[in-house]
Design a protein around this ligand. Structure first.
Ligand SMILES: [Zn+2]
Length: 363
């Protein structure tokens, strides 16, 4: 009997390999002691990451208020300068020059990453704290990515991928305090996106169900990393995360690409994200990267659109020590100093959840 033919079978496995470091403790008169860590394997990609317990580590919130004041007067994205100093789209792409919805405005990126590379200024406000986001503001800004992709394609460009990312605040590599998104419409989404599409397709061919449908069902039943279900999506933390503080993954249950998100799905995502950012802020997080990972519209790929939110931090703000080092940048091995299970437990109360409310199936 094939794996896929067994009733209820799925290919989700959470592999852990515990490690123990022994040492003689200088604070205990050199008595033998030990510290544990863990190597984990990503259930989709098979790649490894580490759970390494930094002794006594707690994220320290960073205050960007002073930086916000000193950058406001020269900010190109503030309303009094935006229409003067930012470029316009050529008329063959969009006749009005800039796309806008509510407070959000999309303009070409003057430091482009591709032929069609844009920046969406999210709002009129120069600085928005992580716990002060309004869902309507986020929805308008995110929806401009689809508007831009549509304009690019209607101008005769056969570019199937719409990429949307957010670098929030300087620890996440943002060079502007004023909140903005990066949008790229391309035929080349990069190896990380392509690898996830390939892995989902291989899973679908073997197991007969979308990987993320099985992941969500399994995580919901286990309860350790599940956070919240809404009408259009599920919020989880990642078993193997890129962030030292663990990642949050928002999985759309019925969408493959950003471009097909309707108003209801966009509103749902924005409401959940605003609540999530506020909850992350309460845990001491002040900065993050967020990206959407598109699938394809080919039903045979069994792909699902998902967004990953990766908290960023300074391990030691006084020393300007950031969270990217040789292990995760060069050796490609991410490590977590806070477990995704702890992060999920700290986020569930913000969604009125103490534990999964619809357990089903097993792991
Ligand atoms: Zn500004």
């Amino acid at each position: 009997m094939s794996d896929a033919a067994r009733a209820g079978a799925h290919g989700i496995a959470f592999e852990r390999s515990p490690r123990t470091t022994r040492y003689l403790d200088p604070s205990q008169n050199w008595a033998p002691a030990q510290i544990t860590s863990e190597i984990r394997r990503d259930p989709l990609l098979g790649t490894t990451g580490r759970l390494a317990h930094f002794v006594g580590f707690r994220p320290q919130p960073e205050d960007f208020a002073e930086l916000a004041e000193t950058t406001r007067e020269v900010c190109p994205f503030c309303p009094e300068r935006l229409e003067v100093v930012t470029p316009q789209l050529p008329p063959d792409v969009f006749a009005e020059g800039r796309l806008s919805r509510g407070e959000a405005t999309l303009v070409p990126n003057l430091s482009p990453y591709d032929a069609f590379s844009a920046v969406t200024v999210i709002c009129a406000q120069h600085f928005v704290a992580i716990d002060a986001w309004c869902p309507d503001v986020l929805r308008n800004a995110i929806s401009l990515a689809g508007d831009y992709a549509k304009a690019v394609r209607e101008a005769g460009n056969d570019l199937p991928f719409t990429l949307l990312s957010w670098n929030y605040m300087p620890p996440a590599a943002s060079t502007q305090i004023h909140p903005h998104l990066q949008v790229i419409v391309t035929d080349e989404p990069g190896e990380n996106v392509k690898r996830r599409i390939r892995a989902q397709r291989e899973y679908f061919e073997r197991w007969g169900r979308p990987y993320f449908d099985d992941l969500v069902e399994t995580e919901r039943a286990l309860g350790e990393r599940w956070v919240y279900d809404s009408e259009h999506l599920t919020v989880l933390t990642d078993f193997v995360s890129l962030s030292a503080l663990s990642d949050v993954r928002i999985v759309f249950s019925d969408h493959q690409v950003l471009d097909t998100l309707d108003d209801a799905a966009l509103a749902d995502f924005s409401t959940v994200t605003a609540r999530l950012l506020s909850a992350l802020g309460e845990t001491g997080i002040s900065s993050f990267n967020m990206s959407f990972f598109p699938a394809t519209l080919d039903a045979a790929d069994g792909g699902r659109l998902h967004a990953v939110l990766t908290p960023r931090l300074s391990f030691s703000p006084a020393l300007h020590a950031n969270d990217i080092g040789a292990l995760n940048l060069q050796l490609g091995e991410p490590y977590m100093a806070r477990s995704p299970e702890d992060l999920a437990a700290s986020l569930r109360p913000a969604f009125g959840q103490a534990a999964p409310d619809t357990p089903s199936g097993g792991s």
